[in-house]
Design a protein around this ligand. Sequence first.
Ligand code: OOB
Length: 536
Amino acid sequence: MYPPISSSALKQRAELSNWKRETLCDWLLESCALHGDRLALQDEAHRVTYSQLASKITANAGYFAALGISKDARVTIRLRNRVEFFISFFALIRIGAIPVLALPAHSVNEVSGVIQDSSSVAYIGHYADEPTEQLILDWLDKSEQIQNIFLDCMPAKPLTKTAVHTLLPQPEQCFEEILKCCEYSEPEEVAFILLSGGTTGRSKLIPRTHSDYIYNIEMMSAHCHLDETVRYLAALPVAHNFALGCPGVLGVLANGGAAYLGDANNILSLITIVESNSITHTALVPSLADMFVESKKLAVSEFSSLRQIQVGGAYFAPDKAKSVIDELQCELQQVFGMSEGLLCCSKKGDSLEQIIHSQGSPASPEDKVRIVSSSLQDVLPGEVGELITKGPYTIHGYLFNEQANHKDFTADGWFITGDLAKRRADGCIQIMGRAKEQINRFGEKFSPADVEDVLLEGNKIIHSCLVAVPCTEQGEKTVLFVVKQSELDESKVRARLHEHNLPAYKLPDEIKLINQLPLTPIGKTDKHQLIKLYEE
Ligand code: OOB
């Protein structure tokens, strides 16, 4: 299955000196052959070496093929950070089938939408005796589309219609004959599908090809200096681009290191993994990075083995960035990334000021980035505009979504990211928020971070999130949601804002104290949820 991309763009990609023409699975198996008995992956239940990983992938590829899964068949995977994720992912890719990566936090609405939009014929998931999982299984059982369901353990209640199988058949059978008859995919074809991170409406399907993703991983591996000594903690869901391939677990596996699969919802278990396995690298969203810093301050952990922490996925205030470096005593790499492709990051040789105050520069010299006005004219250097991009690993269109392709891409193929940014005099990119989240108060436009950052300064950190909510009298009003802490009330928050002489239009119309900020499935602050909360 080919992604929406022109033949001239394909040709340009193929001319790049470091463009590999192989499938993701062949590329991984080469590394497995090279690193044989070294530890590849570890989760709370399993440890697998590179050789074991290779043989499990091959056995499962045959198993899937024997059950009728063939080239171009879409299969939705919704697994937690476990070894099974990688075995299933590569086994499907091995037979040219296309994994669609749902997140563990997705519930029946998201999962059913993704299965329908991608026309998935099978589902691979985690089973737990919980209402969320049961709702998904009930939906799958009724679906006309789903022919096979693979689960990590058998459900308590049998399904009525659809065949259910366990993952990882034991003992491993040999399906060599079946595998010989399989049709494989080409390097420029779609290898797997990521989901767009939007919190409103349905996720869009992001087709990543074998070659573009290998390029993506190899480039980020180089920026993170990965080698055999790396011990990486996957703290974020591996079904998300950041922990999967930026450079993520796949970068670690390509370089002979070991990846430890953790659970973002359990900070204590993440800290234990760091300490007991001498973790050297990890990738975090800002909220998790804050928790690491807090644990260090409270002396819960030493974190002395950490060499590099990547932080990305959402706005990371400079004060917070500085505290990662000061407290955790390791290299910080800021990453501005998106599942659609473009990655910008801090690089070796960047100054402390650049690392703290910017999101670095594009990962590939082939990335094209423009900062434009609403009429798509380039703005002057230093001015804020919308970031649009084109490049060897950035998609040219979503799958099966004409409407989004019309809206999110220019006629000449630039991807309109929806992010506001400015290019600094030193060339670094500074992300200024989402275009749609910018607040427009009677014509005065500003970023929510202008207010939120004020509350992060100084000794007494206050976590908050500013959103604009519809209001009948003035069109839109601002509400500052503040995370409760002892002895904090509205007047103290207002006093802090006044101390910083914020202009009147930036002061929130209302302040609401809440227990915690709601998060999206990947751990970013969920602003849509806050607006809903307010409206209720
Ligand atoms: C990553 O990917 P997605 O697809 O979940 O989200 C992309 C969006 C960006 O368009 C931007 O709005 C926001 O997340 N974002 C940032 C950011 N990094 C991403 N906003 C501010 N500062 C940053 N550093 O989130 C993603 C994919 C690969 C690597 C890292 C993050």
